[in-house]
Design a protein around this ligand. Sequence first.
Ligand code: 7RM
Length: 653
Amino acid sequence: METTEKTIDALLEENRVFEPSDEFASQANATPEIYDEAEDFEGFWARMAEELHWYRMWDKVVEYDPPAVIRWFIGGRLNASYNCVDRHVAGPKRNKAAIIWEGELGEERVLTYWDLYREVGKFANVLKGLGVKKGDRVAIYMPMIPELPIALLACARIGAPHSVVFGGFSAEALRERINDAEAKVIITADGGYRRGGVVQLKKAVDEALQMTPTVTDVVVVKRVGDDVEGMVCHMQEGRDHWWHELGVDAKTKCEPEEMDAEDMLYILYTSGSTGKPKGIVHTTGGYLVGTYTTFKYIFDNKDDDVFWCTADIGWVTGHSYVVYGPLANGATVVMYEGSPDFPDRGRWWGTIEKYGVTVLYTAPTAIRSFMKWGTEWPAKYDLSSLRLLGSVGEPINPEAWMWYHKYIGNENCPVADTWWQTETGMILITPLPGAVATKPGSATRPFPTVDADVFDENGDSVPVGAGGNLVVKKAWPSMTRTLYKDPERFKAVYWSKYPGVYLAGDGAKRDEDGYFWLLGRIDDVINISGHRMSTMEVESALVDHQAVAESAVIGIPHEIKGEAIAAFVILKDGFDGTMQMEKELKSHVRQKIGAIAQPEMIIFIAELPKTRSGKIMRRLLRDVAAGRALGDTTTLADPNVVAELKKKYENEE
Ligand code: 7RM
């Protein structure tokens, strides 16, 4: 295999293959023929769209000349909340559980589709009563409680784009997002529970609202109440209203607004490489068709499934696969408020046993934590209801994949590693369980109709086995249409490197079967003596060692090689970071990948710096290694982690 400075060297080999079982394949929603059906690009998406409810059918499926022209289902009119709620209430799903909610303290609430219909209608009328009109933006800053999806659907019902800000963000981050979106109303709660403690959301809202000229009203859910010590929830007369008080007189019936397919459904901010977050814009028709379709086929949705996506609704994964995708399908979703280790490290597995969860969708960062905590936790519970597992958020290391497959899936659940982004709205690269054989660490094939490729710096497709930039050459329905109020940045970030082709910002390679292997963010690539190495491969080689739970590698300056590898390693419980261990790990990487990838130094640590959605922030590790002042740390989940790291790193040097 020939590689040049125009590609990424991809050296890690993984040869395990898992064929779908006959049992799964024979009942799967997706059969291999779906890839043939997708050859009729427009016909495929038109057929999918026809399964939803439209007030007016579209005149044309798609018009595409990006970044200026990205339009789907042109002329079509629909309402997302109608499709997620009313459509099911009109039929046999009326009394089916839509949302099974579990609070961190152990409370349970079940909302049927009919319950959801009433709650969404009521709250939509509440918003109207506050003067919210079609097109007005509503900011949402809430814990994972049922009022959160209700708020999203109520906004969608009246045509007011929502902008959800994850409840872990600071007051300052919230203010910036409120102001960028020029939100009129904020929906929040007094607080939410996390690891046994209370996160005081309303307090943060009050701080944020000191400089937000567009906000007229705040709606507050009473989640915590005043019995908790230290709880402060000041209600400002005229501006702040309790959710339960506003709801008292509100009518249940609220006619949904007939939206154009290209009307905005929501804005969701995602951090960019510069400080200013990007306001990703999703519109109504394409987004709903994309999330509806991917949910149905990738999660093999059946009427009796209990689907649990562990993501917070503050992230796109929660928007697409807790709310819009599953509810458009009339599925039952589990929603859990708190952390996986409260009151102990068995909480998730107990929750699966309790509700009979059949499909679990979670992130590698969580899986690696469970690996560190040991198999005794899942072993305590009956996980036999599970039939399918999903992963999203980062490349999943083959060893984490194997662990998930074995200890959670009992070796009889397909594992779907799903690649996508806030920008893509829906999953783009994924196995279709039952139809596609899986390989640990590979997201396998593009979803039907998705035209993904791997380009070198010149825009040429790289040969099999070589790494390069992941791109998408054709349209897909739920792609972001623009960045809110910033079309120039939209063009610069995604469309300027290869005109007309979407640049994802991730590295990838393809194997001889055409399977895609994600290699991490392009910005994280390490250059050793001219060889461009992906962080993913070195990290996977480390995690392959029985003592390692998690690792992050970065490039550090090296006189001869240009860059060398520094590896930050978290060991599993019961192992020690001795000199011997360091030697062993270095030689393990040398064996798995080759001498070129052997880390120059290994730093044993207890935690890695991560974003609030669990992605490793290698940029901060580079700052620490270079002794630089830290760049933007506002997206960091736990600021203390970096201070600890600095100490550790300086001792090692
Ligand atoms: C859904 C989500 C997007 C970035 C993306 C990748 C990384 C996500 C995978 C993955 C490898 C995966 N949206 N990523 N899924 N990398 N394999 N299955 O995470 O906007 O928050 O992040 O996440 O780098 O560009 S996101």
